[in-house]
Every structure is written in C-alpha cells, then in structure tokens.
Write a protein that binds this ligand. Sequence first.
Ligand code: TRP
Length: 341
Amino acid sequence: MVKDVILTGLRANAEFHLGNYLGGILPMVQLQKRHAGEYQLNMFIPDLHSFTTPIDHGALYEQTHQNLKVFVAAELDIDQPDTFIYRQSYIPAHSELTWILDCFTGFGEMSRMTEFKDKAKQIGEDRISVGLFNYPVLMAADILIYGAKYVPVGEDQRQHVEFARDIAMRINNKFGDIFVLPADNNEQLKFAGREKPVRIRSLRNPERKMSKSVEDPAGTIMLSDKPQDGAKKIMAATTDNLEKKVLNPNFESRPGIANLLQILKLLKPDDEHRVSDLTYEEFKVIVAETVSEFLKDLQIKLAAIDDKQLMQKLEADEEAMRKVADATLLRVQKAVGLRPA
Ligand code: TRP
C-alpha cells in the first residue's frame, strides 16, 4: 500500500528561532512519533526559496546544514525508512515543474497572495524580485512533486497550500489524473490536531509573529542564544496590566501572557504546572527556566551530531527523492506535450 505523504519545508535563509522550532519542527517530530510507520514524512530545506528577498549568500550553504542539524537535535528520527530529509536545490525537478506550473498560474492570482502583498509593502514594489512573486508556485511544486497530502505549515503559509491544491485541480481537470490533491484547509487543520496552526509571537510585540526577518532581537529567541540570554528575554517580555494573575489568557486581550503560556505548554506538554494562580512575575520565572533548560539541552544535542552520518543520510534521501520527483515531472511533461505520450 502506498502511504500518504506528510511534507513540510523549513527555511534556510536564517538561523532558526524558537517560533520555527515550536511551530514548524516540533509538530513534525510529534507527528512522526504519533504515527510511526503509517505515513511517509518529507522534511526538507527549501534553499531556493531562501533568496526571494536579499540574503547573505556566503552563509547560505552552511546555514542549510545547521538547520538540518536542528531537525536531528529536535529528535526527528532520520533512521526511519519512511522519513526523508533533503535540500530542494539538489532535486532539479522542483524548478522544472515550477516553470510548467507558472504557465497555468494567473498573474492576478499571485498578486493577491497575502504574504506577497505584505512583503511588497515592506520592501517596496520596485525592489521586490520576480522570485518573491513566484514563490507560491515553487512551493506548490515542492508539494505536488511528491504527491503530498498533508502539509503542516504556519498560519501565514496556509494560503500557499491552498494554492497548491487549486493548481493541482486545475491541471487534473485539464490533463487527467496527474497530481495527488493535497487535503483542503479544514482537513489539514484536523490532521494537525488543532483548530489553528501554532503561531509563536514576538516577545516584544505579541501582536506580531516571532520573526527573524524583522529586526527584533529582544522579541526573538534564537536557538543559538545562550540559555541565560533566552531566560532574560522571557523575563523582559511585554505583557499587560489588565490582570494581576495569569488566569486563562487569550490572544485577543492579553497576547503577551497568552504567548508565554503557549511557549510553556509546547515545551512542557505533560507538565502539570498550575500557572493560572501565579502572578505575572512568578509565571515568567517558570517560563524563563523552561526556555533556558530547553536551549541548554538542544545545544548539547546539536554539538553531539555526527556530521558525516547526517551527510550520508541526506545524500541517500536526495537520490531517492530525485527518482520520485523525476517520475512526477515526466508525467507532467508528457501531459503538456514536452515528451511523447
Ligand atoms: N514557504 C514556507 C515558509 O516560508 C517554506 C516552504 C517552502 C514550504 N516550500 C514548502 C512549506 C512546501 C511547506 C511545503 O515557511
């Protein structure tokens, strides 16, 4: 029986922060634990996506590897035969499929993508690249080329996953059964086991998500932060003066406290911390300790990774995925008339 594919990509252009870890990496590791053997799991680094906005290219290659190591330190079991890790640019079929999909994608449809519009506003219309505009099509290729059904992503990426489903339907309607359809939005959320994707907020501006692309060092905990510095950032996190105790905060009225509570629960899911009766200060101490322990532990695990072994697994997986991707590409090439049917 062919297994359903769960797939996600995690950026390479910057070091990971706590938001990437809790929102992107940890959910995949948990999925793997929960469903060992039931699904195929593809977790890859979309290195081609990483310079849709300007980056330091001298750091990209190394950063890609650093980020892959975080998967392992997060206890992704890369020895499972159904789990694949790879770098997007090592599988050229992603790019080739993108071009073909581009020609079935509307200019208007891409112009309406929320993430594009936001970034275009930040960066300025005439300084944005065509790559940024085209980003969702490459992402659709990433998904469709392996027939992925479930694509766990953050809230800001939902629209792109829906686009992947739309373009797959469009191609299937025109050319017959070419692509496996990714699940629709509701089913994706149900699969991920929550109504809303995890969205870790900035510690300084809890209305916004934690992000490396905006200059917000005090609001962002990097996985390489010294444990004590991570703790300090938690202690200095913006809260509110609406309540004295933690109680049962929600993101609308008390985003700062709700964010810290979310971080605590994700880092210590089984912990029976009764925090609702704590004062903000007492509560922050607990979150700070938890974050600092987490950083210390992760950094020890990172340092212990055997690079050679990781590289071997990576290259073997890339070879395996190239075969799958090439087969999908050929199906599409035949359908559109680039290869004899
Ligand atoms: N665009 C995603 C992000 O910024 C990363 C990504 C690229 C991705 N290709 C993907 C995620 C395919 C899921 C599936 O987070």
